[in-house]
Design a protein around this ligand. Structure first.
Ligand SMILES: Cc1ncc(C[n+]2csc(CCOP(=O)(O)OP(=O)(O)O)c2C)c(N)n1
Ligand SMILES: [Mg+2]
Length: 360
């Protein structure tokens, strides 16, 4: 079992492709067909371009708030690529590339960041829960879906995403403990991007690794090079097999890095050193995967250029469609969550209307 060989208590990290795009251990390379590898890379590239553009639109005053994914594409696509149609994805708020691979449309994801809750209403067969901003809520949601799958005896697994900061939250403990005790088919992906806004990983917990938290729950945990899509793929595949055999959840800690700001309201230059960013830029997941594919004869610089141009046009066109829908009436945000507004929401709406009168 991978989690035995790569014991997080001993600081052993699972990697297949190093940051230069070289294979570390031939035996670990997953047997993926060429089309799938290309699809994975193209989705990572789409995620990257859509991310850069979203940040630009926001700076131009055209997009509302946005949470960048730059640097975390492999931790997302590598996982989702190992899922089947019937499986479930429970995202936090920084998983755009994974959601795109799963089949969510870019228009919908952009609509969400444009403040339109229609962006949370995914097509049924995509099997993605709505983006959930409350930290670590994803683990309880994921455990709940996994519990339902188990009761209904469905052959499906649930992947729930959480950040390094999220592992300090009560909901992380509750959800993982519940899933472990009941042997639920849950895969917990901790995207350890080294920062929780301005809180560095070192001050988040005294635990040496986040994966080793699994020991306390009696389940396997593994640290994976989260910028390596192939390593993330094999770790997820193994966790999926365990889950389907009724052996319960697995924790996968993806070691990655948030290359951009926390959100468009953040300025990371205030709290982190550029040298650290440079170190991780070198370990960019797209760079290494591109080299790997070029070496395999599956990709070229010419293809990269052509694809980048096409994707950029597509992203710009998609955002124009989103802008054409217009900003939603702010009242809708009070009315969206429940079929009928609760008294406290009604009160907040009344306050808001009173405020609007005041500033008129
Ligand atoms: C319950 C809760 N408390 C606080 C926040 C505010 N908040 C938003 S993101 C964030 C940090 C999350 O860090 P991490 O879990 O590492 O995820 P990352 O943002 O790095 O992806 C906090 C505290 C929130 N969204 N939910
Ligand atoms: Mg984080």
């Amino acid at each position: 079992m991978l989690s035995k060989k790569f014991d997080p208590l001993k600081g052993k990290i699972l990697e297949v492709l190093n940051y230069k795009g070289e294979i570390v251990d031939e035996k670990l390379v997953p047997k993926l067909d060429d089309d799938k590898l290309i699809e994975m890379y193209k989705t990572m590239l789409l995620g990257r371009i859509a991310d850069i553009k979203a940040l630009q639109y926001q700076r131009q005053g055209r997009m509302l708030t946005y949470a960048p994914i730059k640097g975390q594409e492999a931790a997302q696509v590598g996982v989702v690529a190992a899922l089947e149609q019937q499986d479930w994805m429970v995202p936090a708020f920084r998983e755009m590339a994974g959601m795109l691979y799963r089949g969510a449309s870019l228009k919908q994801l952009y609509l969400y960041w444009y403040g339109n809750e229609e962006g949370s209403r995914f097509e049924k067969d995509v099997r993605i829960l709505p983006i959930s901003v409350p930290i670590a809520s994803q683990i309880n949601h994921g455990a709940g879906v996994a519990y339902a799958s188990k009761i209904l005896d469905k052959k499906e697994v649930v992947v729930a995403y959480v950040g390094d900061g999220g592992t300090s939250h009560g909901e992380f403990h509750e959800g993982v403990n519940f899933a472990a005790v009941l042997d639920l088919p849950l895969i917990v992906i901790i995207q350890n991007n080294q920062w929780a806004i301005s809180t560095p990983r070192e001050t988040q917990t005294k635990a040496k690794t986040l994966a080793q938290k699994a020991v306390g729950y009696g389940i396997p945990g593994i640290q994976v090079d989260g910028n390596d899509p192939l390593a993330m793929y094999i770790a997820t595949e193994e966790a999926k097999k365990r889950a389907l055999k009724g052996e319960g959840p697995t924790i996968i800690e993806a070691l990655t890095y948030r290359l951009g700001p926390h959100t468009t309201s953040d300025d990371p230059t205030i709290y982190r050193d550029q040298k650290e960013v440079d170190y991780w830029e070198e370990r960019d997941p797209l760079k290494r995967f591109k080299i790997y594919l070029i070496n395999k004869g599956l990709w070229s610089e010419e293809q990269e250029e052509k694809e980048t141009k096409e994707v950029t046009d597509y992203v710009n066109k998609t955002f124009k469609e989103v802008e054409a829908t217009g900003l939603i009436d702010l009242e809708e945000t009070f009315k969206y969550t429940y079929a009928e507004m609760t008294p406290d929401l009604q009160e907040q709406l009344d306050d808001y209307k009173a405020y609007l009168k005041e500033v008129e």
